[in-house]
Design a binder for this molecule. Structure first.
Ligand code: ADP
Length: 247
């Protein structure tokens, strides 16, 4: 089994001649937390959308677990085990945390969601759903409506519904966006915990979170990879400092 789980080769995206992502080579190693950072406009979101198949690349290839996934849909790659958080699983505000996770588990089997399906069928997934809620620290909110949860706990619930798909690799788009400090700490601990047996690639603006969590960081600037390494290495790289200051 290769050490590299996700690889991008010469990944390029042009928008009407403007090159937003320019020949990016990326290797995410199995079991790591890998962060994609860079100043505003660096191409992080575009790169993330290419990797998660929300956008087709202009050039380049993407390989997951040795398979060329360049032409696959996001639903196809989810079936291979590469899942973007919040991709498939919307959280239903009026349903409880438990009901939301049960529905996500039911959808994993490929059944389309039928709101009127009897609770009896969904209750088959009860034990597994409770296990996932425990994994994300929401056991005491099992019967709380999603709409009543704090922002950070709602995010934890979204992560639980994503974990219901049993991903081998998770792609997280700014998991800390808009969060209060207490929630940032809770979600940081949660990401650390779920990374124990999964690979994670995230785009994240909060650099102290990136420093705490990441094994490897890729810094993008003007669509290209500017630097790569652990936090100590990239944060001391004068080109990185300049890119952030000059942005
Ligand atoms: P980041 O996430 O690092 O802030 P983005 O990937 O959002 O950067 O954007 C990179 C560059 O590509 C920006 O200059 C942005 O204006 C441009 N861009 C992104 N999406 C589009 C689009 N759909 N059409 C045209 N330009 C775009």
């Amino acid at each position: 089994m290769s050490d590299v789980i996700l690889a991008a080769e010469n990944l390029t995206k042009e928008f009407k001649g403007f090159v937003a992502v320019d020949g990016v080579n990326l290797r995410v190693r199995r079991g790591q937390i890998h962060a994609l950072i860079g100043p505003n406009g660096a191409g992080k979101t575009t790169c993330f959308n290419l990797l998660t198949k929300f956008l087709p690349p202009t050039r380049g290839t993407i390989t997951y677990d040795g398979k060329d996934i360049t032409a696959m849909s996001s639903a196809d790659i989810a079936r291979l085990g590469l899942v973007r958080s919040f991709q498939i699983s919307a959280v239903f505000p009026h349903l409880t945390a438990l009901e939301n996770v049960r529905i996500a588990l039911q959808r994993r089997r490929g059944d389309s969601f039928d709101f009127w399906r009897s609770q009896k069928i969904l209750s088959r997934f009860d034990e597994e759903a409770r296990g996932l809620l425990a994994e994300v620290g929401l056991s005491e909110f099992t019967n709380t409506a999603a709409s009543e949860l704090s922002y950070g706990r709602k995010r934890a619930l979204e992560i639980a519904t994503t974990l219901a798909l049993n991903p081998e690799m998770l792609l997280l788009d700014e998991p800390m966006a808009g969060m209060a400090q207490a929630d940032v700490e809770r979600i940081t601990a949660l990401i650390k915990r779920i990374s124990a047996n999964r690979t994670i690639l995230m785009v994240e603006h909060n650099l102290s979170v990136v420093a705490t969590l990441s094994n490897t960081i890729t810094v993008l600037a003007r669509g290209k990879v500017l630097a790569e390494g652990d936090y100590a290495t990239v944060s001391q790289d004068p080109r990185v400092v300049e890119a952030y200051i000059g942005a």
